[in-house]
Design a protein around this ligand. Structure first.
Ligand code: MGP
Ligand code: SAH
Length: 230
């Protein structure tokens, strides 16, 4: 009896959407091995798709980014499966989470429920570029697609490689909403280009660059732009 119960628990885990996604796609294994770094509550029903696996911001990094936005109205412009959104929801006064992919938004809502913060987020399925003129917030968080997991095959990642628009255009759009802009970017990003973005703005913006590590390995770079301290 006990044996049977154990097997059905295992079946439950293997049949969960996130496990199915991982088991049908061997290239996702390295991300699955990091699952508890991505979501500490992974086992409680977190849902992922392929892009979600390789794009979600690891929890420890998302906590740190959210701490800089404590008490503010934050717009998570490329919210994915919700790694950042969940942490913003814990400490910000309100959060708008936007993603163009309705499946990601469904997963993000589910994942926020796992963390008990779903009622603290306004979810929007839509294109950030089109929605921008109607958005209002204190801080804009941009973690756009980097062009897939091959982003690190170039020595220096330049801002024109960001999607769905190049980094200059994304930054220009963001500035029409607020000067307080946070970008989560590849670890091989050209830092001189980020400095250029700050000092070419009118008035010039303050820029703080943070290297984000998990388990001693650099996962990405966070650039905090602001008019005054965010
Ligand atoms: P990685 O380099 O693919 O993984 O992504 P890892 O485990 O560092 O690989 P290694 O073999 O080099 O050690 C590192 C982190 O970057 C991921 O956990 C995501 O948080 C982030 N990331 C990766 N991609 C491809 C994207 C992306 O397209 N968009 C966003 N916003 N984040 C990404
Ligand atoms: N920070 C997220 C990961 C974001 S990955 C997390 O921690 O989970 C980038 C996301 O941008 C993807 O989910 C993709 O669907 C979304 N995206 C791509 N183009 C978009 C657009 N034009 N507007 C809004 N979202 C977009």
């Amino acid at each position: 009896m006990a044996r049977k119960r154990k097997r059905s628990l295992l079946e439950q885990v293997i049949n969960s959407p996130a496990e199915k996604e991982q088991s049908t796609c061997p290239k996702l294994t390295k991300y699955w091995l990091q699952r508890y770094d991505l979501f500490s509550r992974y086992d409680e029903g977190i849902q992922m798709d392929e892009e979600g696996w390789y794009s979600v911001t690891p929890e420890k990094i998302a906590v740190k980014q959210a701490e800089r936005c404590r008490g503010k109205v934050v717009i998570d412009c490329f919210s994915g499966v919700g790694g950042n959104t969940i942490q913003f929801a814990k400490v910000c006064s309100s959060v708008i989470a936007i993603d163009i992919d309705p499946v990601k938004v469904e997963m993000a809502i589910n994942n926020a429920m796992v963390y008990g913060v779903d009622d603290r987020v306004d979810y929007v399925v839509g294109d950030f570029i089109h929605l921008a003129p109607s958005l209002k917030g204190d801080v804009l968080f941009l973690s756009p697609p980097w062009g897939g997991p091959m982003y690190n095959k170039v020595e220096s990642y330049t801002l024109d490689m960001l999607q769905p628009k190049d980094g200059y255009k994304l930054f220009q759009i963001a500035q029409t909403i607020t000067p307080n802009i946070i970008m989560f970017l590849p670890r091989n990003v050209d830092l001189a280009q980020l400095e250029e973005l700050a000092w070419l703005s009118s008035p010039p913006l303050t820029l703080v660059i943070e290297e984000n590590c998990v388990g001693g390995r650099i996962k990405g770079i966070t650039a905090y732009f602001s008019c005054s301290a965010v």
